[in-house]
Ligand binder design. Sequence first.
Ligand code: SF4
Length: 247
Amino acid sequence: MRNSNLSVNKSEQPVARQAVLPIYSVTPFTMLDFPGKTACIVWFTGCNMRCPYCHNPQIVKGKGRGDVMQVITFLEKRQGLLDGVVLSGGEATSYATLPDFIETIKSLGYAIKLDTNGLRPDTLDELLREKLLDYVALDYKAPPEKFKRVTGTDKFKDFEKTLNLLCTQTLVPFEVRTTVHTDLINETDVQTIINDLVAREFKGTYALQNFRHDNNRPTLGLLKPQKRPLDLSNIKTKYLNIELRNF
Ligand code: SF4
């Protein structure tokens, strides 16, 4: 058991005393975001990337309004009604008290799914070692030569460490996801990612997510609609389970 900042009071109810987490909001129910489970989603503000296609600029640039205790109280009320909690954002691994928060949630009986961009391999390593995760969705944004253009950072090596960590463990199932906007990445880039995953003997789902333009939801980089769709006929692999989303 780790030394948690979230403690348990005399009546054994978890109490958050020191956790400072910028929680933006909670989506109370989803059947789509945690494979095989009913769940809620906790959204964290702030992100260490700046993807032009991001549909959540208010979360990425916003300040957390949520109260950790309110979230825990909500989860206590949903015990037995929901299976899991999805940690999304923004980037939840940016925060040092995340492991404490997860430990408290898990003590309430919830499974944990983490959505991550992979730039904090040390945090992910701690969460894996402490057995605090039940499922991970990792964004593989772009191959190294396009990484900065797509994410606004040049930290591909940090992402790669996270990918290595996940590919060299077998306890926690994980999926890998790439969002496609053909102004940013093309068929060659997607094939490069697929080849990399195959070389790592990745056995989970690889999700290709087609960018959907929405006039009512300007993206972080104010991206225009794609001029052309990705040509899926040129994407080749017999070793990977590819799931197409929004194509
Ligand atoms: S899409 Fe990019 S900028 Fe938006 S939350 Fe995800 S990693 Fe951060």
